[in-house]
Design a protein around this ligand. Sequence first.
Ligand code: PEP
Ligand code: MG
Length: 885
Amino acid sequence: MMKYIYPFEEGNKDMRQLLGGKGANLAQMTNLGLPVPSGFTISTEACNAFYENHNQLSDDLLDQIHRAVAALSAKVGKTFNSSTAPLLVSVRSGAAISMPGMMDTILNIGLNDQTVIALANLTANERFAYDSYRRLLAMFGNVVYGISEATFDGVIEKRKADQGYQSDLDLTVNDLQEIVSEFKTIYQKELNHEFPQDPTDQLMAAINSVFESWNNHRAQVYRRENDIPSDLGTAVNVQMMVFGNAGEDSGTGVAFTRDPATGKKQLFGEYLLNAQGEDVVAGIRTPQPIETLRSSMPHLYDQFATIAEKLELHYRDMQDLEFTIENGKLYMLQARNGKRTPTAAVKIAVDLVSEKLISKQEAIMRIKPESVQAILYPEFDEQALAENKIVASGLPASPGAATGQIYFTAESAKKAHDDQHRKVILVRQDTSPEDIEGMVVSEAIVTSRGGMTSHAAVVARGMGTPATVGVNGLQVNYQTKTATISGNQLHEGDWLSVDGTHGNLYLGQIKTTDLTVNDDLATLLDWAKDEARLGVYANADTPKDFAQALNFGADGIGLARTEHMFFKPERLLEMRRLIIAEDAEGRKTPLKRLLEMQRGDFYELYKLSKGRSVTIRLLDPPLHEFLPHDEKEIKAVAAQLGIDPDYLAQRVDALKELNPMLGHRGDRLAVTFPDIYQMQIQAIMGAALQLLDEGIIIEPHIMIPLTDSKAEMSWVRDLVVNQIEDLFDAHNAKLEYTVGTMMEMPRACLTADKVAEVSDFFSFGTNDLTQLTFGYSRDDVGSFMPAYIKEGILPADPFQTVDVEGVGALMKMAVDKGRFTKPQLPIGVCGEIGGDPKSIHFFEAIGVTYVSCSPFRVPVARLAAAQAHLSAKRPIEQAAGVKAH
Ligand code: PEP
Ligand code: MG
């Protein structure tokens, strides 16, 4: 017989896989001697067995549950159905990886028409007993039978309105008894049968439903979003109830051992007196900050603070705690590593290192690389902000600033985002787990109700999405699809600006600022740099981008796409003059002008580099990309150039290609128009020589695009080297330099040993390499890629994450062959996937030397590179011999 049940005394924190996070932690807390209500955990294996058994609890499991309940009864001295000491339990889900609010929970199992009276007698609190009973009826009806919460809420709201009550607390015993009886009628009406009175029947049905909730829609969406495997299953925790709603000396709350928004070291949380857990999370009543417990119940606050500290030291991480006070006695209901904003995650990791609780390596491993992008939170531009008035304020639930168009349902937000590519802001009274798909696509989230631990706040922080919750003066009307903010009526699609750092709202659009790296992130990135083997460079072609990249810690430039320097109007004009020229003579003047401009650009980049490596790629795109295409544009450009429009139209036509990305581009241009590459070499080396005159030594790295063979590379290399040597002679000076190639043609990878003979370095252009390996046009994949991913034909978009099996195999072959010829050959990756964390693990494994990515991804790539190296199986020394140039 398989063991499916573990009393809390038998587990520990290392048994997450089997007991789920909640179960493992309840067991751990029990074993630490903390005040935890007794109970047992039904394992995740039981959940998987449940699914194998056609969603039925097997006889074996039923038998084990009966025995576990009997043991629990004996331990706590309470039994199901007892009229003197009735046993009441909670039934909660708990997976190995936390999925907050996604699965079901039922409290107060064991209450029925008899035990409610027993509970009332026992506690001398009739109101509490009936309040608990009505909660069970509603939760059970919703979770087990799918009766909508609104059906039950409607009864309560009506009664409150009829009696003129403001709050649930105004409901009298008589009201609650009436409500219980109306709830029972709902069962009859909706289900044609009664609410099950037998506690054992209630328990079994509840366990059944919790297992089933593992596969509900929102849990599936959450798992997909968070890469959680769907075969883990959930555990179920059955625990003796303690009551936070037993009177004014009772209460319930949640607290974090550090501020989950900022990471600051201080107890942070909130509680409600005379309430049960869901009242805090649902945001129906506004909770009190935990600080006020210090004055209202000082000894309990001290006991709780001591426990919180003990747990943090024990788990060596910030804890998210749930507690209940029953008649003045504190119980711990949950401890788990707390969800936090990316900002807080970095601060906490760095602080825990200085508190000597974790190592620098552990701090690096704890941060999800993609999440650091969110730390570089945009804020509203100060000047733009000064011109706007705060229209309303709420709680600053999740930092960052965003502007977008408002939508009132998750569905309409998702539709506007997916179909119309809008930047959307979800504005609601409150959110619930059903809204997850709308929240994922939102730039910001705003709610009129709720506190810092409401669903909207917790989820937004987890996703790094700005959020302002509990906004005073905001009313949302779902029927009319309007919201009123401090008297201003807004409709779906109107613009709103949300400052989640300060909790403010503004009407209309506001510009956001550039991003910066805060001190904690800078510290973490420094550590990551020490631990990483891969270098991290930026794809940057302007001083502004380069400065941004340096600010984010880039090692230099891995790819400057020189064609991007030609898009300013005066340059484009010269470029066009160059392209339509019919011979070398006609190209001379525009080339001379372009030379001056490019030399200035390279001079600026080199100056900024302060000795860091700068790799410049020669002209790559098909020339016709620079030309006007329709008649109107052709006329305008002809006028600018002072030429006949018909002549221009004729030149445009002559340059047209059927497959431009496979056509006259890259180093093929060098072969047909050598003077263009010669001009670029003069600009690159001219700038370096100019700096040499100023006493600054630069070693230019020149990169040739689209190479497919040794012969081609050799031809272009000769062109480049001859031009450089001529310049050195003319200048009577010399500089070190390298000439390398992009590896973006499959043929180049297949013959990499030969190509390496004439290349000083390789850099994988994975955009073109992926395009050519799959035969997917990189500019047209949008029409079929989503279907390929949805159908599972591709595991991910190979333009975003390396296709290890195909493109990856070519890359590995090129690395091995290249290094066979030149063991020290530096090899980079400068396509889009250079900044992708998953791909970086693969690049580490095949011995790539460096990656290069857009400036904003530099911090992400740096962390991923450190993590890849720290988790790599192979010894550090093996890959360390090869340095980036
Ligand atoms: C590439 O192909 O991956 C690359 C970096 O070059 P580009 O995107 O400019 O073609
Ligand atoms: Mg390319």
